[in-house]
Design a protein around this ligand. Sequence first.
Ligand code: PRX
Length: 631
Amino acid sequence: MTAYADFYRRSLDDRDAFWAEQARLIDWQTPPQAVCDWSQPPFARWFSGGTTNLCHNAVDRHLKDRADQPALIYVSSETGEEKVYTFRELHSEVQRAAAMLKALGVRKGDRVLVYMPMIAEAAFTMLACARIGAVHSVVFGGFASVSLASRIEDAQPRLIVSADAGSRAGKVLAYKPLLDEAIRLSSHKPEAVLMVNRGLAPMTMQPGRDHGWTGLGEQHRGAQVPCEWLDAGDISYTIYTSGTTGRPKGVQRDTGGYAVALAASMKHIFAGNAGETYFSTSDIGWVVGHSYIVYGPLIAGMATIMYEGLPIRPDAGIWWSLVEKYKVTVMFSAPTAVRVLRKQDPAFLKKYDLSSLRALFLAGEPLDEPTGRWISDSLGVPIIDNYWQTESGWPILTVANGVEKMPSKFGSPGVPMYGYNVKLLHESTGEELTGANEKGVVVIEGPTPPGFMQTVWRDDERFVNTYWKSIPGKLVYSTFDWGIRDEDGYFYILGRTDDVINVAGHRLGTREIEESISSHPNVAEVAVVGVADALKGQVAMAFVVARDTTALTDDAALLRLEGDIMKQVDGQLGAVARPARVRFVSALPKTRSGKLLRRAIQAVCEGRDAGDLTTIEDPSALQQIRDLLAK
Ligand code: PRX
């Protein structure tokens, strides 16, 4: 058996011994008494009896050996700010933030909603929450008021931390009005709001509720706030993600299992060493930002770069200049970003000394072969595709080069990672597919490994019913992704089985977009589907039946309504959710029982065969879409 095959087998066959060993990668205040408790499936409990703290492991633990080494490197190509915080400085900033949270009434178990751009204060806030045992819930800064309101409603935060504005491509996006509107829309009201003022957009502060970061911070300069020792199973955070229904799910994560999972992945998958620099180009609003901008690299004692801006501003060399300047050894990005860079002058890649870089990890969406080959040839380092989900918290499929150097195959993220018992099942019979190249649903047999979601926040039933009961007769976790496995055991991911789409690596629910569009006064019906796109992987396409067509007499009128609907989606959900096009039809293709035939619409949009249409009520509805697209 090869080294990795053996490592993998041990993780499943000798599970407790394997994970007990991994648990030694972090500091515990009280060592765990048990490793895995799978007595109440599908709820896996890891490291019971142990107490630890994520912030201690990410920050305090490193003061002994590397207090004056860089910990957080903040770079904004939007504002020109660049600041390096050493572990000592980070320790002091995080304690100050923790003191502010406490002063605003936040206690262990309270939720703190974080709605912030990529600024250092966002990382301070997350770590401060972890320090005092508060549960952070970071909402992507690109989301707008309605998305934000539904998350406030569900998380019920005592405090919201935000900033005056984010900035993208030099355009200021004011957050405070969106936040105020979201709080107005939500039936839950936070007791306090803490605002960072970057001086980018004016803010109207609500007396009694709103506080300024700088002013309050002044009062807590030099504060010392010790880490709260938390049970391994205490919640570290929730993060919302999209699924089949419009209502986003709060993915809930533990403390001990997550810390161990990240420490293990930094060693076995990312092969990053303390004292080096890690650069993930994601955003703290996504799971990659949680695991591999904030917690993972810091737990490993690495400096982490937090970057606000685009990959091509001021020019397409910006990321590579950071690799050279900070001697980045491990980099993490998304295929979309690489496709964007590929369209730029390749000279930018040659301009900088990239000799420190050992590997580039790409995740979040399928990595197509031309993109993979281009970046591989350009950088001359391994390009490591890795497949995972918000729910898993760390890679499910990839190669573990820290255990054994394994070949990568273009188009495949790789093999199951240690701890994940990955299977392919037949979608309706639940039968296991063991042959090569058979297409099935990618599932994970429990117990799910450390770091995996514990449950859906405040909704165990939804956790069980959504994720564990979708395949008839089997209690297995469904990823809702199609996949196949080749003769060598390498997996290929073939897209979602549900209504989730992936736009430029951003996971969006088509139902959420449909709900937003439906609330427009002139929309009677709408279908949103994901359509393949050369740059973004997928884009959302909307087909709308208008309520009142009397004014829709020419193309200009249609374009006006299209723009109007797009503006509404921007304002409610955020520009990330805006459909690429909104097209108007007189009817939508449905089954005789009234179910929308989204898959048929998607196929037609992608120029494929629409598949089995025996149940379609009115074939002319699909023909209308074909004709529209042909025009
Ligand atoms: O469909 C898969 C796709 O993105 C989904 C998860 O998205 P999210 O929850 O935002 O987590 C991203 C964490 C990296 C998956 O269900 N996906 C993610 N990575 C890949 C991928 N599809 C193909 N290849 C990948 N490497």
